[in-house]
Design a protein around this ligand. Structure first.
Ligand SMILES: C[S@@+](CC[C@H](N)C(=O)[O-])C[C@H]1O[C@@H](n2cnc3c(N)ncnc32)[C@H](O)[C@@H]1O
Length: 288
């Protein structure tokens, strides 16, 4: 709930502190701005410019929910949660400190909810620019607050307020991450690795993993964040039927690049079940 994280959140325009008011139906900032909490429990914290795009649409979010609830990405979620625990241990953060975890581009809250279950007393903010995502985020875990905001703008989070930032297949803004991270905090980034979903590329005509993502992240991080140790590569086979393949493609950018009818035809031509590789890498960063 937003109540659990109100001390971490900030006015998106000027960074001032926020308070809940009107029986938790509204949030006001010290500087006098007011933000209504939606019936579904999320709040939009956008500055004067508003939000420039809408992120994943309702169909993509529904596909993500379907696919992730199949448990196919369990090794990813387990690796992310283990890395969060490691980061908190390294910073000597105890459960009683109520560690603050912020996930950027949090989607349905699958990873955030797992992390909050794994770290007793922790609380989390799920940020996503997509309203359909925020509706899921608001109910993903009792200790999660859901916020609609743009990762490329000033984040609606107070300075030095966050123990761990997670970014799972989502936008990375090192300058803002460095501002909101506590002194000993860490950023945990999971990025698709070349080879991810390879078996589906040719038969479905989906786009490949863009090379050089981590190099680009490190360039943008210069002066803000530095890498910790070696990246961890996580690779595992998934046995997918056609329905889960359709859900996997439906939650990815490929959903926007291929005509629905073409995609349906190509999926129908696949074998009933396929072994598909999942491959991603975890990069850890700290303040430079
Ligand atoms: C590939 S999905 C990953 C979702 C989630 N992390 C997961 O792995 O299940 C990327 C998410 O980032 C969100 N997103 C895209 N651009 C964004 C932005 N500028 N600010 C915040 N969220 C954004 C999308 O709406 C989408 O939910």
């Amino acid at each position: 709930m937003l109540r659990d994280v109100i001390d971490i959140l900030a006015d998106p325009t000027d960074g001032s502190a926020l308070q809940l008011t009107d029986d938790d139906r509204r949030i006001v900032s010290d500087s006098g701005h007011s933000f209504d909490i939606a019936r579904q429990g999320y709040v939009t914290l956008a500055g004067g410019e508003g939000l420039k795009h809408t992120g994943d649409d309702a169909d993509m979010i529904a596909s993500r929910e379907t696919f992730l609830s199949g448990g196919y990405f369990a090794p990813f979620v387990e690796a992310v949660s283990a890395t969060i625990n490691q980061a908190l241990d390294e910073a000597n953060v105890a459960d009683e400190d109520r560690p603050a975890i912020v996930e950027i581009g949090a989607g349905t809250g699958y990873y955030l909810a797992h992390a909050l279950d794994d770290v007793a007393e922790s609380r989390g903010v799920g940020i996503d620019i997509s309203v359909p995502a925020a509706k899921h985020l608001a109910k993903c875990h009792p200790r999660a607050g859901a916020v609609v905001a743009d990762a490329w703008q000033r984040l609606p989070i107070r300075d030095r307020a966050v123990d761990v930032i997670t970014v799972i297949f989502a936008p990375r803004n090192p300058e803002e991450f460095a501002r909101i991270l506590k002194e000993k905090g860490q950023v945990i980034v999971l990025t698709a690795h070349p080879g991810h979903l390879d078996e589906l590329r040719e038969p479905l005509g989906i786009i490949g993993v863009e090379p050089g993502k981590i190099e680009h992240l490190m360039e943008k991080s210069a002066g803000f964040l530095e890498r910790i140790g070696e990246d961890e590569v996580i690779e595992f086979p998934m046995e997918l039927d056609r329905a889960s393949i359709a859900a996997q493609i439906g939650m990815s950018p490929s959903a926007r690049h291929i005509e629905a009818e073409d995609l349906e035809r190509r999926i129908a031509a696949l074998p009933e079940k396929m072994i598909v590789t999942a491959k991603a890498q975890i990069t850890r960063l700290r303040l430079a």
